[in-house]
Write a protein that binds this ligand. Structure first.
Ligand SMILES: [Zn+2]
Length: 138
């Protein structure tokens, strides 16, 4: 298999994010929860931003949330994204209280709205990389 001329940039797991990407590969959305104070956080870190404890555990997220805000990309930031145009980039507030960035997939652009309910889905982009993404709930 050859590498596309303009390959889409993919996440590069780090010590803090490896568990997140491994879970995504298994089609699970996980977030960190502090074992000391119960604070949930995203993006992944080595310590709790609520109490600075390093006693962090990974928990399954519900996969449900709301669109906090979004934009429709109609101009590709690089040639690797031209085939995806137009596409939606959204900030998603999960029901667990954390915010993350994702695309809203398989969507009528007129249906996307701030406050709309969304559900996680998983986009396999390579043999070793799966991205948590979202779709609109009816
Ligand atoms: Zn904490």
């Amino acid at each position: 298999m050859s590498t596309p001329l303009f390959a889409r940039p993919l996440p590069q797991p780090t010590a803090e994010t490896a568990a997140y990407w491994a879970a995504a590969q298994q089609q699970r959305l996980v977030i960190q929860r502090c074992s000391s104070c119960g604070h949930c956080q995203f993006y992944p870190r080595a310590f709790c931003i609520g109490c600075l404890s390093d006693s962090i555990e990974w928990v399954n997220a519900s996969g449900h949330g709301r669109i906090y805000t979004y934009t429709v990309c109609r101009i590709a930031p690089s040639p690797a994204f031209e085939s995806r145009l137009p596409y939606v980039v959204a900030l998603i507030d999960l029901d667990e209280g954390v915010r993350l960035v994702a695309n809203i997939l398989d969507v009528d652009l007129e249906s996307v709205a701030i406050g709309a309910r969304v559900s996680v889905c998983f986009e396999s982009v390579s043999e070793s990389c799966t991205l948590p993404q979202f779709t609109l709930l009816d």
